[in-house]
Design a protein around this ligand. Structure first.
Ligand code: FES
Length: 160
């Protein structure tokens, strides 16, 4: 992984934060490390096609996940749902260079959140201002279950 690119991506983090007027939201948690990413998407019509206007994210995760999510929310702008669905974790993290084995799941988690949002197109709950994980006293599964009650579907990405 290109450490300079990682630091640059973190310094220039894009699209961080919830999107109250989003058309879709997806949340994924990684059982590998207990981290989570939530991604919001807003669509628009362009030349008769529905394309991604903008995307934003929140991360309860490591620096790599934050950097990949930031890059991904920029890379998918202007793409159709099908084009965005075809993007792999490797493509979404490409500006960072190849991720080391122990960080591959970080990119896969972002890909999973993107897929969850693209496939579900579930409107964010009215109370989407709620924190990503409001109760951190339990296990990841508890947190995911609790978050799922107010934030829609949550998917666990198995990477091994
Ligand atoms: S270490 Fe788990 S998301 Fe990066």
């Amino acid at each position: 992984m290109d450490e300079a690119a990682l630091q640059q991506a973190l310094t220039d983090t894009q699209n961080l934060g919830e999107m109250p007027d989003a058309d879709a939201v997806g949340t994924v948690g990684s059982p590998d490390c207990g981290d989570m990413v939530r991604l919001w998407i807003k669509y628009k019509e362009k030349d008769g096609k529905k394309v991604i206007d903008k995307a934003s994210f929140q991360s309860f995760g490591c620096q790599t996940a934050i950097a990949v999510a930031s890059i991904a929310t920029e890379l998918i702008r202007g793409k159709t749902k099908e084009e965005a669905l075809s993007m792999s974790a490797e493509e979404l993290s490409k500006p960072l260079g190849p991720l080391p084995p122990m960080k591959i799941h970080c990119g896969q988690m972002v890909e999973g959140a993107l897929r969850a949002a693209l496939e579900a197109e579930n409107k964010p709950a009215a109370n989407s201002a709620a924190p990503l994980v409001s109760d951190q006293s339990g296990t990841l599964a508890d947190a995911l279950t609790a978050a799922g009650k107010t934030q829609g579907k949550i998917k666990i990405v198995l990477t091994s």
